[in-house]
Design a protein around this ligand. Sequence first.
Ligand SMILES: C[S@@+](CC[C@H](N)C(=O)[O-])C[C@H]1O[C@@H](n2cnc3c(N)ncnc32)[C@H](O)[C@@H]1O
Length: 211
Amino acid sequence: MEQHNIIRKTVPRETFAQVDGLIDNFQDKHNLYLDKLLWWNKRVNLVSRDVPRETIWEHIRHSLILSELEDFQKNKLFIDAGTGGGLPGIPLAIAHPNKHFVLNDLVTKKCLAMKQIAQQIDLENIGIIDGSIEDLHHEEECILISKHAFKIEGLIKMTGHLPWKKMVLYKGLEFENELQRFSEALNITCFDLSNGSDFYNGKAIIIIDKP
Ligand SMILES: C[S@@+](CC[C@H](N)C(=O)[O-])C[C@H]1O[C@@H](n2cnc3c(N)ncnc32)[C@H](O)[C@@H]1O
């Protein structure tokens, strides 16, 4: 197995409180997003069926933790691969109107639902592109983000053609299992989220430099 250079950090408790503040600042839009997501979820499978509203709030909070990390703050353009119901891209776009997000999903009807939701909540800083991430054309340098959608090795291989400089993945703390056959050494920073509520037990955000 290739030796990867892994730096581990723990996200402090205060960060979770800051995320709650971010939600408060954009409460109306997040609520509207949640309403529309639940409405569309009855027609298109965007998140698990019958998922309680409070669980989706957890996913919105989880998505927004990235806001507090430096690699997010100093960049402006993000691609959310495998966005499904718009997570993490839509909560981030709501809370950061000055940044731009490209949402991508393989499934066209999910992307059509996302377009409707974006219009319904008046979000102007996102673009939505359907099709596999491996076929996405994009020329500007960006940060690739993805939540619970791909194995790491597979996503790196599928996105070699894209000009991302960092890849941000919402993963479990045992993400290294997914890198056992990767032939290059990667620089990875792992942000342990276990200082948050029980929801975050075993969860991490990992940031990988482009190999
Ligand atoms: C488990 S869902 C995660 C959705 C969302 N990120 C979340 O956290 O709720 C994985 C999503 O990845 C999408 N997907 C799978 N393969 C893909 C590919 N090659 N390119 C783009 N999206 C893909 C699926 O259609 C699905 O919506």
